[in-house]
Write a protein that binds this ligand. Structure first.
Ligand code: CMC
Length: 404
């Protein structure tokens, strides 16, 4: 059959505007969380992050994000019991992790672990079928099953990260301890030791602060995958892959590496000067949405000062704080301030946590936001499908390979 020849120029049915990095693009309506980048506000379901950091705990915050309200005592107890009951992961997942090279990136290991979890969950594929059936009863069952999977993932991400922290160090994973809350148990599974009160409190606050953050790259990635009606494990695996990048969750390790490479406060001043002269991006600074001080960095900055002093590495806070002051002096007017990744690395380091585990800790928290956002979107699902502006030729003549 004769094919029509493409001629002319690319024409669009509507006026298009190219926003690099999808800046300003709106994906959906949501009641989960709000970031006001001008005022430096972060809100989960109406509650401001300072109140949650002060009064809540990770389990309650995860419930709030996923179910849309602060739980009653009974609801929270039942939610915590379910999370505890989901903590154990199938043997096959541990075996899959053990097959990986010990120096694999922990976020890669987390991706493998969550994919393997999905392969082991016999409810995953039937849920996809229900969601795809088009029948309201089946869809509502599918959504119910997805909530269960979301709770499992919230519990089990910590188990996988804990297991990998042990395996990469040549140690056997430890079984979860049902007498411990989510944060204490996560730390126990990573280190093999029950945490002291300080370590548990700081980690819990950090998990609260990292749990959700608007339509960030990894959340959007999860939603893009979920919008095809793929299963929740696949969607969360994709989110982990996104969070791994140094422009997203991977910045905390790099921010710490900068702090550790500097001897003293004078060195910090030099470091910032040099980075500016070389037009190097400063890790742990800047944000697509915040043009004011990131409230999460405010909370973590205070903890960083307290913890580094307590642990005898107060000079690290002084160096970090000098970097902060110098960067704000140079770039504050441009809206560049510390973000959540700037102080978290210094805190984790002072607490003795292995540096490669920093980004997985972020994922162990963010899974709550990922799950909440995907589950909120599913009932109003429409597949995500943006377009690219084609700027290539239209009229090229196909040349056989022996004539090129
Ligand atoms: N250091 C120096 N200059 C910066 C920085 C920085 N960290 N961040 C942004 N800028 C400048 C950038 O050079 C550009 O300047 P100009 O307009 O003169 O060319 C302007 O600010 C806008 O930067 P952008 O890269 O176009 O901004 P973006 O919205 O595309 O990127 C970002 C946001 C977070 C990727 C970026 O600020 C960055 O690369 N920061 C360092 C990495 C980092 O800390 N990432 C963690 C983000 S917070 C946790 C999370 O959500 O994952």
């Amino acid at each position: 059959m004769a094919q029509p020849k493409f001629t002319g120029k690319v024409e669009w049915p509507v006026t298009i505007e190219l926003n690099k990095g999808l800046e300003g693009a709106i994906t959906c309506e949501s009641t989960i969380g709000y970031v006001d980048g001008q005022k430096g506000w972060l809100v989960y379901r109406g509650y401001n992050i300072f109140d949650l950091a002060k009064h809540s705990n990770f389990e309650e915050t995860a419930y709030l994000l996923i179910y849309g309200k602060l739980p009653t005592k009974k609801e929270l107890d039942e939610f915590c019991s379910r999370l505890v009951s989901y903590r154990n992961i199938p043997r096959a997942v541990i075996d899959a992790l053990k097959l990986l090279p010990k120096d694999s990136h922990p976020m890669g290991a987390l991706e493998v672990g969550v994919s393997a979890l999905g392969a082991c969950d016999e409810e995953a594929e039937p849920t996809v079928k229900k969601m795809f059936s088009g029948e309201p009863d089946q869809i509502s069952e599918g959504i119910k099953a997805s909530y269960k999977m979301g709770e499992k993932l919230t519990a089990q991400m910590a188990t996988i990260a804990g297991a990998w922290a042990r395996i990469r160090g040549g140690k056997e994973p430890v079984d979860p301890d049902s007498s411990l809350n989510h944060t204490a148990n996560f730390l126990y599974m990573m280190t093999g030791e029950k945490p002291d009160e300080t370590l548990e409190k700081v980690m819990d606050v950090s998990l609260i602060l990292h749990a959700d953050h608007g339509m960030n790259n990894s959340t959007f990635t999860c939603m893009v995958v979920a919008s095809t009606l793929s299963d929740l494990y696949s969607s969360i695996t994709a989110g982990i892959a996104s969070l791994k990048g140094p422009l997203h969750g991977g910045a905390n390790e790099r921010a710490l590496a900068d702090v550790l490479s500097i001897k003293d406060e004078a060195g910090a001043v030099e470091f910032v000067k040099d980075s500016i002269a070389k037009k190097k991006k400063l890790m742990g600074f800047g944000h697509r949405v915040y043009k004011a001080y990131d409230p999460r960095a405010k909370v973590l900055g205070e903890y960083a000062q307290e913890i580094t002093e307590k642990k005898g590495v107060g000079h690290l806070y002084k160096i970090a704080n000098t970097i902060e002051k110098e960067v704000i002096k140079a770039y504050g007017e441009k809206g560049i301030f510390p973000n959540v990744d700037f102080y978290s690395g210094t805190i984790y380091y002072a607490l003795g946590i292995d540096v490669p585990m920093f980004t997985p800790i972020f994922a162990v928290s963010r899974v709550a936001g990922w799950v909440a956002r995907v589950l909120e979107y599913l009932p109003q699902n429409r597949i995500f499908r943006p377009r690219a502006v084609y700027v290539g030729p239209l009229e090229a003549d196909y040349v056989p390979i022996d004539k090129r």
